[in-house]
Design a protein around this ligand. Structure first.
Ligand SMILES: NC(=O)c1ccc[n+]([C@@H]2O[C@H](COP(=O)([O-])OP(=O)(O)OC[C@H]3O[C@@H](n4cnc5c(N)ncnc54)[C@H](OP(=O)(O)O)[C@@H]3O)[C@@H](O)[C@H]2O)c1
Length: 370
């Protein structure tokens, strides 16, 4: 049998390099790819791996590059530019599509193609990084223990310094404001609308609402009508975040967005090697039904290292043919809720009956449809 081939597109970015390193550590031999030949080739030569260069919007070149590829992992972002054309290519070439997308709107656009991808017999698994592997698996585990859950709160904490690509994606998404799932629908809420204390395993921390991929994926993984996603943040930063939120539309005005993007490109370099080696990522999730609660926690390595490990583990599962069915799938649908706990350095704990601390700041009334 010929060995199944996989490709990392966007290999030369900050996260791409970590994914390449993880693949090499496991003795895997992906084809390295990206849009700039010189950057891709020099990395591939250094790693002793095959390479291909093509732009995402040249369908003929992309089709040729993916013709013999079984699994594509897309690490090139912002995903607003890369996700749709590469998924189109994958459907034409019969390649399974995985990405590290963390942009709620773009994840939603991928899930909107669920019927189309299933009808084509394709497989697409978006968001196989730290957004949303731990939280999607945790959500599935706590909801499994509490059938008919009505509410789900998910929080992320830990050591965080964004990479350039993440910062660019955050700047791009900021003008859209906050999001939550209410009565089964994705709705707009103000930036940092809710604040609550989250009992992370390392101690209680303040957390504010932020859009997280689970606002889309939970609809398929667990189907809970009310979902709120949070990130831990110092109390002192919350006022500034809300003030910026009131001006959020300004951030979307083209010249302002361009200046911000240039500032990010110049100043953001990503987490240091030291933080990658010593940092930790924590997730907490709580399902509620009436006054019954089931809570789960996840602990793992620093977010970008976790992303590299999760993404390569996801690719390995797809290559091994263990994905449960075709279509656009969440991580827990594709690999099972226990997947996150199988990733190197990660642990999950689920326990029933913990009392919940509900928000101290009420959400403003009448959220508009997103
Ligand atoms: N959800 C998660 O868990 C998670 C975790 C980590 C990263 N990410 C996401 O992954 C993406 C990459 O992050 P990063 O840290 O690697 O950023 P980065 O260091 O800025 O690298 C970006 C990579 O994407 C490529 N790229 C950007 N726009 C492209 C386009 N239109 N067509 C083709 N290639 C394009 C770049 O190619 P050039 O070098 O040629 O510009 C580069 O290879 C970001 O969107 C980030 O949010 C998500």
């Amino acid at each position: 049998m010929t060995a199944r081939k996989w490709m990392i597109y966007g290999c030369n970015g900050y996260t791409g390099r970590l994914v390449v390193e993880q693949a090499r550590r496991l003795g895997l031999t992906p084809v390295l790819a990206g849009r700039r030949q010189e950057a891709v080739r020099s990395l591939a030569d250094e790693a002793g791996l095959p390479w291909r260069a093509f732009p995402v919007d040249d369908a003929a070149a992309a089709d040729a590059a993916l013709a013999d590829i079984d699994v594509l992992l897309v690490v090139a972002g912002p995903f607003s530019a890369t996700s749709a054309p590469l998924l189109d290519t994958c459907l034409r070439t019969g390649t399974a599509y995985l990405d590290l997308n963390g942009d709620v709107e773009v994840i939603g656009a991928t899930f909107a193609r669920r019927d189309e991808v299933a009808a084509a017999g394709g497989v697409a698994i978006p968001a196989v990084g730290f957004d949303v592997v731990p939280s999607d698996c945790l959500a599935a585990l706590v909801c499994e223990r509490l059938p008919g859950a009505e509410r789900l709160d998910i929080a992320w904490g830990g050591d965080f310094q964004p990479s350039r690509g993440t910062a660019r994606s955050m700047v791009e998404a900021f003008p859209r404001g906050g999001l939550a799932r209410r009565d089964g629908r994705l709705v707009s809420i103000p930036v940092a609308a809710r604040v609550r204390e989250i009992p992370f395993p390392t101690g209680d921390r303040h957390a504010v609402t932020v859009p997280w991929g689970d606002l889309v994926t939970s609809a398929f993984s667990v189907g809970v009508p009310d979902v709120t996603t949070y990130a831990a943040m110092p109390r002192s930063a919350i006022g500034g975040m809300r003030a910026a939120g009131r001006l959020r539309r300004l951030f979307g005005v083209r010249p302002v967005a361009r200046v911000l993007d240039a500032i990010v490109a110049k100043t953001v370099t990503g987490p240091s090697a030291e933080l990658i080696g010593t940092g930790r990522a924590w997730f907490w999730a709580q399902a509620a039904r009436g006054d019954e609660y089931v809570t789960g926690t996840f602990g793992g390595p620093e977010g970008y290292l976790l992303t590299a490990r999760a993404a390569v583990a996801a690719v390995q599962r797809v290559l091994a043919g263990t994905v449960r069915r075709t279509g656009v799938l969440t991580v827990s649908e594709a690999f099972g809720a226990e997947f996150a706990a199988t990733i190197e350095g990660c642990a999950v704990r689920v326990h029933a009956g913990e009392s919940a601390l509900w928000p101290t700041v009420p959400e403003p009334a009448s959220p508009a449809p997103a």
